[in-house]
Design a protein around this ligand. Structure first.
Ligand SMILES: Nc1ncnc2c1ncn2[C@@H]1O[C@H](COP(=O)(O)OP(=O)(O)OP(=O)(O)O)[C@@H](O)[C@H]1O
Ligand SMILES: [Mg+2]
Length: 449
């Protein structure tokens, strides 16, 4: 079964045109044959009429045998009371004198002939032509009529394929746009210039996108509200625990510290949830600034430097590029810091972390490369899922990369995470943002507030 609509249409239309072409070809072939036969018959009749009207006498009395072209008609004239023909254009041929008047077929000298016999009171006229020659002539003429169809049919197939492809191109474009719909891209599909047959389909998809956007926004607001509401009692709990600390018996200290760690973990989770809800939120008119990406990289390194040094790590930024992004500064900082803190968190003590910047077309990329254990290839596609953690032994909420992805999408950028390709273990986490081009003689970077 052919699933492609395009192929189905091309095949159906092509076959239809081919069937029409073949029927047309067969009928024109047959019509031409019939017409040619009628013409050839008419010629025999005309020759007979001319012979009756006096031409018989002007025929030579003794034509030499076998000199006549085999494609020519043969004429024989008989006079009453004479056994031999009065005149004949080919004496080697003996047609039956008593053939019934009109057209008939006879075998003479091992050949089949079409013969026209005209009985007149003063003479009998017979005009004949070889059936094989007639067949040849009719077939030749009939075959001529097939040429246009034979040439046009392949052209029609090509034209059908082109027309169908052109008509469906818009459907393909829409298909690509539908494919691009995801949480970060919930723009309605364009309805301008859409064929009327597809318009209801597009409207349904747009209604669905609208409903989806509303329910995603509701979910995001619920998470933000819940995290916000949880923060207050958790802070109170933290304070209570701090107040209780001096009154805990030494024997209970260990369990009490576990309790405090649990409270701290919950606090971090709630903070990450709030960050994610903010990163997912539609732009709320927060002021955009011209953010210097190399400064963001330097600041992210500085932030983790104390921990990295304490763990004997070598962390540094090289190959910096002078590039700016128009964004909310804290967003860009948070995204880069998440990647750097992942590298520090998942790389063992004494490891190396390098940061690079590079331009690639419209985007400027920041690569964070560590020499940690890397991630199982099978788990890599899931690292941007919420709450997904590839390594449950290390503490984390599994939300950091989701936040990074939401921030990258918000500014039209991208984020990727892959294992190192240079034969060493470790991760290359990259985030790219569209560069804000610096205009010649531009005034000092203006803050768009
Ligand atoms: N550089 C890395 N090396 C190895 N594994 C990594 C690295 N970066 C991320 N991962 C894996 O991807 C998972 C998801 O990372 P993500 O930053 O989203 O969550 P997290 O670090 O567990 O928690 P959070 O960042 O919210 O505190 C991590 O749990 C970890 O297993
Ligand atoms: Mg993380």
């Amino acid at each position: 079964m052919i699933k492609s609509l395009k192929n189905q249409l091309v095949l159906a239309l092509g076959l239809l045109v081919s069937v029409i072409g073949v029927v047309q070809g067969v009928s024109s072939y047959q019509l031409t044959q019939t017409g040619m036969n009628a013409l050839l018959d008419m010629r025999l009749e005309q020759v007979a009429a001319r012979l009756r009207d006096g031409l018989a006498e002007s025929l030579p009395k003794n034509p030499s045998r076998g000199t006549q072209d085999e494609r020519d008609v043969v004429a024989v004239v008989w006079k009453p009371g004479q056994d031999l023909p009065f005149r004949t254009t080919d004496p080697s041929l003996h047609f039956p004198r008593d053939a019934h008047p009109g057209f008939s077929g006879v075998d003479v000298n091992d050949e089949h002939w079409r013969i026209f016999t005209r009985q007149e009171p003063t003479m009998t006229i017979q005009v004949a032509q070889r059936s094989s020659i007639r067949r040849e002539l009719t077939q030749e003429a009939a075959t001529q009529t097939l040429w246009p169809i034979a040439v046009l049919l392949p052209l029609v197939w090509i034209a059908v394929a082109l027309v169908v492809r052109r008509s469906l191109r818009q459907l393909n474009q829409l298909g690509a746009e539908v494919r691009d719909i995801d949480m970060g891209n919930l723009q309605p599909l364009p309805t301008v210039g859409v064929p009327t047959e597809i318009a209801p389909f597009i409207h349904s998809i747009n209604t669905m996108i609208e409903r989806l956007a509303t329910s995603i926004e509701k979910e995001r607001k619920f998470i933000a509200d819940a995290a916000h509401e949880l923060r207050t009692p958790l802070t109170a709990l933290q304070l209570q625990a701090d107040n209780l600390a001096p009154h805990i018996y030494p024997g209970n200290q260990e369990r009490f510290q576990e309790l405090r760690k649990g409270i701290a973990r919950s606090g971090k989770l709630i903070a990450q949830l709030l960050r994610l809800a903010r990163a997912d939120a539609p732009a709320n008119g927060a002021p955009l600034a011209r953010v210097d990406l190399s400064e963001v990289v330097t600041s992210a390194v500085a932030d983790v430097l104390p921990i990295a040094l304490a763990r004997g790590m070598d962390i540094g930024a090289e190959e910096m590029v002078n590039a700016h992004v128009r964004a909310v500064e804290t967003d860009i900082g948070m995204a880069v810091k998440n990647l750097v803190s992942n590298a520090v968190r998942y790389t063992p003590d004494g490891g190396t972390i390098d940061l690079h910047m590079r331009r690639d077309g419209e985007l400027v990329w920041i690569d964070v490369i560590d020499n940690g254990p890397g991630i199982d290839e099978a788990l890599l596609p899931r690292v941007f899922d919420r709450f997904f953690r590839a390594n449950p032994d290390v503490e984390g909420s599994g939300l950091g990369l989701s936040i990074v992805k939401a921030i990258a999408a918000r500014y039209g950028g991208d984020v990727t995470l892959k294992n190192r390709g240079d034969g060493r273990s470790g991760i290359v986490a990259s985030i790219g943002f569209p560069v804000e081009e610096v205009r010649e003689n531009a005034a000092a970077p203006a803050m768009n507030l």
